[in-house]
Design a protein around this ligand. Sequence first.
Ligand SMILES: *[C@@H]1O[C@H](CO)[C@@H](O)[C@H](O)[C@H]1NC(C)=O
Ligand SMILES: *[C@@H]1O[C@H](CO)[C@@H](O)[C@H](O)[C@H]1NC(C)=O
Ligand SMILES: *[C@@H]1O[C@H](CO)[C@@H](O)[C@H](O)[C@H]1NC(C)=O
Ligand SMILES: *[C@@H]1O[C@H](CO)[C@@H](O)[C@H](O)[C@H]1NC(C)=O
Ligand SMILES: *[C@@H]1O[C@H](CO)[C@@H](O)[C@H](O)[C@H]1NC(C)=O
Ligand SMILES: *[C@@H]1O[C@H](CO)[C@@H](O)[C@H](O)[C@H]1NC(C)=O
Length: 265
Amino acid sequence: MQPTSLFLLPLLSFLLLFHDTAHAECEPRTCGDLTVKYPFWLGGVNESSSPCGHPAFQVRCSNDGGAASLMGSAINVLRVDYDNNSFVASHSRIAGGNDGVCRTDFNISVSIALSPFKFSSRNRALCFLYNCSGGTEPRGPEFVNATSVCNSPIYAYLGGNYYWDSPPAIATGRCKYTFFPVLESEEAATMTAANYPRLLKDGFILEWQTVSVGDCPACVASGGQCRYNNATAAFACLCPDGKLRRTSSCVGESIPVPSHLLHLH
Ligand SMILES: *[C@@H]1O[C@H](CO)[C@@H](O)[C@H](O)[C@H]1NC(C)=O
Ligand SMILES: *[C@@H]1O[C@H](CO)[C@@H](O)[C@H](O)[C@H]1NC(C)=O
Ligand SMILES: *[C@@H]1O[C@H](CO)[C@@H](O)[C@H](O)[C@H]1NC(C)=O
Ligand SMILES: *[C@@H]1O[C@H](CO)[C@@H](O)[C@H](O)[C@H]1NC(C)=O
Ligand SMILES: *[C@@H]1O[C@H](CO)[C@@H](O)[C@H](O)[C@H]1NC(C)=O
Ligand SMILES: *[C@@H]1O[C@H](CO)[C@@H](O)[C@H](O)[C@H]1NC(C)=O
Protein backbone atom coordinates (compact mmCIF):
# COMPACT_ATOMS: atom_id res chain seq x y z
CA MET A 1 0.00 0.00 0.00
CA GLN A 2 1.19 3.50 -0.76
CA PRO A 3 2.05 5.67 2.23
CA THR A 4 -0.63 8.15 1.10
CA SER A 5 -3.37 5.46 1.21
CA LEU A 6 -2.27 4.46 4.68
CA PHE A 7 -2.73 8.04 5.68
CA LEU A 8 -6.03 8.47 3.85
CA LEU A 9 -7.73 5.27 4.97
CA PRO A 10 -8.50 6.25 8.55
CA LEU A 11 -9.59 9.69 7.42
CA LEU A 12 -11.87 8.22 4.78
CA SER A 13 -13.50 5.73 7.11
CA PHE A 14 -13.88 8.45 9.69
CA LEU A 15 -15.70 10.67 7.19
CA LEU A 16 -17.95 7.79 6.12
CA LEU A 17 -18.79 7.05 9.73
CA PHE A 18 -19.61 10.65 10.40
CA HIS A 19 -21.79 10.74 7.31
CA ASP A 20 -23.79 7.84 8.76
CA THR A 21 -23.87 9.43 12.16
CA ALA A 22 -24.90 12.89 11.14
CA HIS A 23 -27.65 12.01 8.69
CA ALA A 24 -30.71 9.80 8.81
CA GLU A 25 -30.29 9.53 12.57
CA CYS A 26 -32.11 11.69 15.06
CA GLU A 27 -34.36 13.58 12.67
CA PRO A 28 -37.60 14.71 14.38
CA ARG A 29 -40.20 11.93 14.25
CA THR A 30 -43.90 11.83 14.87
CA CYS A 31 -46.15 9.73 17.04
CA GLY A 32 -49.76 10.66 16.36
CA ASP A 33 -49.94 14.46 16.60
CA LEU A 34 -46.75 14.63 18.64
CA THR A 35 -43.42 15.76 17.18
CA VAL A 36 -40.67 13.85 18.94
CA LYS A 37 -37.29 15.58 18.98
CA TYR A 38 -34.48 16.26 21.45
CA PRO A 39 -34.54 15.84 24.45
CA PHE A 40 -37.36 13.40 23.61
CA TRP A 41 -36.58 10.47 21.32
CA LEU A 42 -38.33 7.40 20.02
CA GLY A 43 -36.10 4.56 21.13
CA GLY A 44 -35.61 1.56 18.89
CA VAL A 45 -34.91 -1.99 19.96
CA ASN A 46 -31.12 -1.77 19.69
CA GLU A 47 -29.88 1.43 21.20
CA SER A 48 -26.65 3.13 20.26
CA SER A 49 -24.28 4.57 22.81
CA SER A 50 -25.04 8.09 21.51
CA PRO A 51 -28.81 8.02 21.64
CA CYS A 52 -30.87 10.82 20.12
CA GLY A 53 -32.12 12.02 23.48
CA HIS A 54 -31.83 11.91 27.24
CA PRO A 55 -32.63 8.49 28.77
CA ALA A 56 -35.47 9.88 30.88
CA PHE A 57 -37.09 11.30 27.73
CA GLN A 58 -37.26 8.07 25.78
CA VAL A 59 -40.73 7.77 24.29
CA ARG A 60 -42.65 4.69 23.33
CA CYS A 61 -45.24 5.03 20.59
CA SER A 62 -48.28 2.76 20.96
CA ASN A 63 -48.68 0.01 18.37
CA ASP A 64 -51.43 1.94 16.60
CA GLY A 65 -49.06 4.94 16.51
CA GLY A 66 -51.54 7.18 18.28
CA ALA A 67 -50.23 7.60 21.80
CA ALA A 68 -46.82 8.35 23.26
CA SER A 69 -45.66 7.43 26.73
CA LEU A 70 -42.39 7.77 28.59
CA MET A 71 -40.56 4.45 28.34
CA GLY A 72 -41.13 2.25 31.34
CA SER A 73 -43.60 4.58 32.99
CA ALA A 74 -47.33 5.25 33.12
CA ILE A 75 -46.81 8.85 32.00
CA ASN A 76 -48.36 9.72 28.63
CA VAL A 77 -46.89 12.61 26.66
CA LEU A 78 -49.74 14.64 25.15
CA ARG A 79 -48.13 17.89 23.94
CA VAL A 80 -44.60 19.25 24.21
CA ASP A 81 -43.72 22.93 24.46
CA TYR A 82 -40.09 22.75 23.34
CA ASP A 83 -39.62 26.52 23.79
CA ASN A 84 -40.77 26.44 27.37
CA ASN A 85 -39.17 23.16 28.53
CA SER A 86 -42.52 21.73 29.48
CA PHE A 87 -45.04 19.17 28.37
CA VAL A 88 -48.61 18.19 29.06
CA ALA A 89 -48.71 14.69 30.52
CA SER A 90 -51.35 12.35 31.83
CA HIS A 91 -51.16 9.26 33.98
CA SER A 92 -52.53 6.19 32.19
CA ARG A 93 -54.03 4.73 35.36
CA ILE A 94 -56.48 7.60 35.76
CA ALA A 95 -56.67 9.20 32.29
CA GLY A 96 -58.05 6.17 30.45
CA GLY A 97 -61.68 5.02 30.39
CA ASN A 98 -64.65 6.46 32.24
CA ASP A 99 -63.72 4.87 35.54
CA GLY A 100 -60.31 6.47 36.06
CA VAL A 101 -61.66 8.18 39.14
CA CYS A 102 -62.06 4.75 40.77
CA ARG A 103 -58.27 4.28 40.51
CA THR A 104 -57.15 7.48 42.21
CA ASP A 105 -55.93 5.60 45.29
CA PHE A 106 -52.23 6.21 44.70
CA ASN A 107 -49.53 8.83 45.14
CA ILE A 108 -48.71 10.29 41.71
CA SER A 109 -45.54 12.06 42.83
CA VAL A 110 -43.91 8.64 43.25
CA SER A 111 -44.21 8.21 39.45
CA ILE A 112 -41.79 11.02 38.71
CA ALA A 113 -39.80 11.21 41.94
CA LEU A 114 -36.55 10.01 40.37
CA SER A 115 -36.72 11.80 37.05
CA PRO A 116 -35.51 15.22 35.85
CA PHE A 117 -39.13 16.36 35.66
CA LYS A 118 -41.01 18.49 38.11
CA PHE A 119 -44.64 19.39 38.40
CA SER A 120 -45.34 22.90 37.17
CA SER A 121 -46.71 25.33 39.71
CA ARG A 122 -49.26 26.18 37.02
CA ASN A 123 -51.17 22.97 37.90
CA ARG A 124 -54.17 22.93 40.22
CA ALA A 125 -54.76 20.23 42.82
CA LEU A 126 -57.70 17.85 42.34
CA CYS A 127 -58.33 15.91 45.54
CA PHE A 128 -60.18 12.67 46.24
CA LEU A 129 -61.54 11.37 49.52
CA TYR A 130 -62.50 7.70 49.75
CA ASN A 131 -62.88 4.81 52.18
CA CYS A 132 -64.39 7.14 54.75
CA SER A 133 -65.15 5.27 57.94
CA GLY A 134 -67.59 5.99 60.73
CA GLY A 135 -69.92 8.36 58.88
CA THR A 136 -67.23 10.96 58.21
CA GLU A 137 -68.20 11.55 54.55
CA PRO A 138 -67.29 15.10 53.56
CA ARG A 139 -70.21 17.53 53.54
CA GLY A 140 -70.67 20.76 51.63
CA PRO A 141 -71.23 21.85 48.02
CA GLU A 142 -67.49 21.99 47.29
CA PHE A 143 -67.29 18.20 47.71
CA VAL A 144 -68.68 16.40 44.67
CA ASN A 145 -69.93 12.84 44.92
CA ALA A 146 -67.82 11.12 42.26
CA THR A 147 -68.87 7.56 43.11
CA SER A 148 -70.78 6.96 39.81
CA VAL A 149 -69.30 3.71 38.42
CA CYS A 150 -66.96 2.95 41.35
CA ASN A 151 -67.55 0.13 43.79
CA SER A 152 -67.21 2.33 46.84
CA PRO A 153 -67.94 6.01 47.52
CA ILE A 154 -65.44 8.63 46.47
CA TYR A 155 -65.61 12.42 46.65
CA ALA A 156 -63.83 15.08 44.56
CA TYR A 157 -62.59 18.48 45.68
CA LEU A 158 -60.74 21.07 43.57
CA GLY A 159 -58.04 22.90 45.49
CA GLY A 160 -55.67 25.73 44.57
CA ASN A 161 -52.17 25.44 43.12
CA TYR A 162 -50.65 21.96 43.17
CA TYR A 163 -47.55 21.37 45.27
CA TRP A 164 -46.43 17.77 45.15
CA ASP A 165 -45.38 17.71 48.81
CA SER A 166 -48.27 19.61 50.34
CA PRO A 167 -51.89 18.58 49.87
CA PRO A 168 -54.61 21.23 50.14
CA ALA A 169 -55.66 21.52 53.76
CA ILE A 170 -59.24 20.36 53.97
CA ALA A 171 -61.30 18.50 56.56
CA THR A 172 -60.73 14.88 55.56
CA GLY A 173 -62.59 13.18 58.41
CA ARG A 174 -61.55 9.55 58.67
CA CYS A 175 -61.20 9.23 54.90
CA LYS A 176 -58.23 8.29 52.77
CA TYR A 177 -56.99 11.28 50.81
CA THR A 178 -55.08 11.61 47.50
CA PHE A 179 -54.43 14.60 45.26
CA PHE A 180 -53.46 15.04 41.62
CA PRO A 181 -52.13 17.84 39.43
CA VAL A 182 -54.54 19.05 36.73
CA LEU A 183 -54.17 21.66 33.99
CA GLU A 184 -55.33 25.12 34.96
CA SER A 185 -57.82 26.31 32.36
CA GLU A 186 -58.75 29.89 31.62
CA GLU A 187 -62.39 28.84 31.35
CA ALA A 188 -63.83 29.08 34.82
CA ALA A 189 -66.58 26.59 33.89
CA THR A 190 -63.92 23.91 33.34
CA MET A 191 -62.37 24.40 36.73
CA THR A 192 -64.90 22.71 38.99
CA ALA A 193 -64.67 19.51 41.01
CA ALA A 194 -67.75 18.21 39.13
CA ASN A 195 -65.66 18.30 35.94
CA TYR A 196 -63.24 15.70 37.40
CA PRO A 197 -63.53 13.21 34.48
CA ARG A 198 -62.27 15.75 31.98
CA LEU A 199 -59.66 17.19 34.35
CA LEU A 200 -58.18 13.70 34.84
CA LYS A 201 -58.07 13.09 31.07
CA ASP A 202 -56.61 16.51 30.17
CA GLY A 203 -53.59 15.88 32.36
CA PHE A 204 -51.08 18.25 33.87
CA ILE A 205 -47.88 20.14 33.08
CA LEU A 206 -44.42 18.75 33.75
CA GLU A 207 -41.30 20.88 33.33
CA TRP A 208 -37.67 19.95 32.87
CA GLN A 209 -34.51 21.85 33.64
CA THR A 210 -32.12 22.64 30.78
CA VAL A 211 -29.22 21.76 33.10
CA SER A 212 -30.22 18.10 32.83
CA VAL A 213 -30.56 18.03 29.04
CA GLY A 214 -28.11 20.68 27.81
CA ASP A 215 -28.82 23.68 25.63
CA CYS A 216 -29.95 22.02 22.39
CA PRO A 217 -30.99 25.26 20.62
CA ALA A 218 -27.45 26.65 21.05
CA CYS A 219 -25.94 23.42 19.71
CA VAL A 220 -28.22 23.49 16.65
CA ALA A 221 -27.53 27.20 16.08
CA SER A 222 -23.80 26.44 15.89
CA GLY A 223 -24.37 23.73 13.26
CA GLY A 224 -24.49 20.71 15.57
CA GLN A 225 -26.97 18.00 16.44
CA CYS A 226 -28.09 17.16 19.94
CA ARG A 227 -27.11 13.82 21.39
CA TYR A 228 -26.81 12.17 24.75
CA ASN A 229 -23.38 10.73 25.42
CA ASN A 230 -23.94 7.50 27.27
CA ALA A 231 -20.26 7.24 28.21
CA THR A 232 -20.24 10.55 30.10
CA ALA A 233 -23.96 10.39 31.01
CA ALA A 234 -24.37 13.95 29.78
CA PHE A 235 -25.57 16.05 26.90
CA ALA A 236 -23.26 16.23 23.89
CA CYS A 237 -23.31 18.35 20.78
CA LEU A 238 -22.34 16.39 17.66
CA CYS A 239 -20.49 18.89 15.50
CA PRO A 240 -19.84 18.97 11.74
CA ASP A 241 -16.25 17.89 12.40
CA GLY A 242 -17.65 14.63 13.80
CA LYS A 243 -16.72 15.37 17.37
CA LEU A 244 -18.98 15.22 20.37
CA ARG A 245 -18.60 18.36 22.43
CA ARG A 246 -19.60 18.64 26.02
CA THR A 247 -20.44 22.30 25.62
CA SER A 248 -23.61 23.38 23.84
CA SER A 249 -21.75 24.97 20.96
CA CYS A 250 -19.58 23.63 18.15
CA VAL A 251 -17.37 26.66 18.68
CA GLY A 252 -16.14 25.32 22.00
CA GLU A 253 -13.39 22.92 22.98
CA SER A 254 -13.88 19.32 21.91
CA ILE A 255 -13.48 16.13 23.87
CA PRO A 256 -12.00 13.03 22.24
CA VAL A 257 -14.59 10.45 21.32
CA PRO A 258 -13.77 6.75 21.44
CA SER A 259 -14.34 5.46 17.92
CA HIS A 260 -16.96 2.92 19.06
CA LEU A 261 -19.20 5.82 20.03
CA LEU A 262 -19.44 6.80 16.39
CA HIS A 263 -20.85 3.42 15.37
CA LEU A 264 -24.55 3.89 15.78
CA HIS A 265 -25.65 0.54 14.41
C1 LIG B 1 -31.05 -5.96 17.18
O1 LIG B 1 -29.89 -6.72 17.45
C2 LIG B 1 -30.07 -8.13 17.26
C3 LIG B 1 -28.81 -8.86 17.70
O2 LIG B 1 -27.68 -8.08 17.57
C4 LIG B 1 -30.43 -8.39 15.79
O3 LIG B 1 -30.64 -9.78 15.59
C5 LIG B 1 -31.70 -7.61 15.44
O4 LIG B 1 -31.99 -7.76 14.06
C6 LIG B 1 -31.54 -6.12 15.75
N1 LIG B 1 -32.82 -5.45 15.59
C7 LIG B 1 -32.93 -4.28 14.94
C8 LIG B 1 -34.31 -3.72 14.86
O5 LIG B 1 -31.98 -3.68 14.49
C1 LIG C 1 -25.54 3.34 28.85
O1 LIG C 1 -25.06 3.45 30.17
C2 LIG C 1 -25.77 2.68 31.10
C3 LIG C 1 -25.24 3.01 32.49
O2 LIG C 1 -23.87 3.06 32.52
C4 LIG C 1 -25.61 1.20 30.75
O3 LIG C 1 -26.34 0.39 31.67
C5 LIG C 1 -26.13 0.96 29.33
O4 LIG C 1 -25.93 -0.38 28.96
C6 LIG C 1 -25.45 1.88 28.36
N1 LIG C 1 -26.10 1.73 27.06
C7 LIG C 1 -25.42 1.63 25.93
C8 LIG C 1 -26.23 1.51 24.69
O5 LIG C 1 -24.20 1.65 25.89
C1 LIG D 1 -43.80 29.20 30.03
O1 LIG D 1 -43.55 28.87 31.39
C2 LIG D 1 -43.74 29.94 32.29
C3 LIG D 1 -43.30 29.48 33.67
O2 LIG D 1 -43.78 28.21 34.00
C4 LIG D 1 -45.20 30.38 32.22
O3 LIG D 1 -45.40 31.46 33.11
C5 LIG D 1 -45.55 30.81 30.80
O4 LIG D 1 -46.92 31.10 30.71
C6 LIG D 1 -45.22 29.69 29.83
N1 LIG D 1 -45.43 30.14 28.48
C7 LIG D 1 -46.16 29.48 27.61
C8 LIG D 1 -46.23 30.05 26.23
O5 LIG D 1 -46.74 28.45 27.90
C1 LIG E 1 -45.93 10.69 47.99
O1 LIG E 1 -44.66 10.42 47.41
C2 LIG E 1 -43.69 11.40 47.75
C3 LIG E 1 -42.46 11.10 46.90
O2 LIG E 1 -42.06 9.76 47.01
C4 LIG E 1 -43.44 11.35 49.25
O3 LIG E 1 -42.47 12.32 49.59
C5 LIG E 1 -44.76 11.67 49.96
O4 LIG E 1 -44.57 11.57 51.35
C6 LIG E 1 -45.84 10.70 49.51
N1 LIG E 1 -47.10 11.12 50.07
C7 LIG E 1 -47.91 10.27 50.71
C8 LIG E 1 -49.17 10.84 51.20
O5 LIG E 1 -47.64 9.10 50.82
C1 LIG F 1 -61.23 0.55 51.18
O1 LIG F 1 -61.70 -0.23 52.26
C2 LIG F 1 -62.01 -1.56 51.91
C3 LIG F 1 -62.67 -2.22 53.11
O2 LIG F 1 -62.19 -1.69 54.32
C4 LIG F 1 -60.75 -2.26 51.48
O3 LIG F 1 -61.05 -3.59 51.10
C5 LIG F 1 -60.19 -1.52 50.29
O4 LIG F 1 -58.96 -2.10 49.92
C6 LIG F 1 -59.96 -0.06 50.61
N1 LIG F 1 -59.57 0.62 49.41
C7 LIG F 1 -58.47 1.33 49.34
C8 LIG F 1 -58.20 1.93 48.02
O5 LIG F 1 -57.72 1.49 50.28
C1 LIG G 1 -72.60 9.21 46.85
O1 LIG G 1 -73.16 8.40 45.82
C2 LIG G 1 -73.23 7.02 46.15
C3 LIG G 1 -73.80 6.25 44.96
O2 LIG G 1 -73.74 6.97 43.79
C4 LIG G 1 -74.08 6.80 47.36
O3 LIG G 1 -74.07 5.43 47.72
C5 LIG G 1 -73.54 7.64 48.51
O4 LIG G 1 -74.42 7.53 49.63
C6 LIG G 1 -73.44 9.09 48.11
N1 LIG G 1 -72.86 9.84 49.21
C7 LIG G 1 -73.48 10.86 49.80
C8 LIG G 1 -72.78 11.52 50.93
O5 LIG G 1 -74.57 11.26 49.43
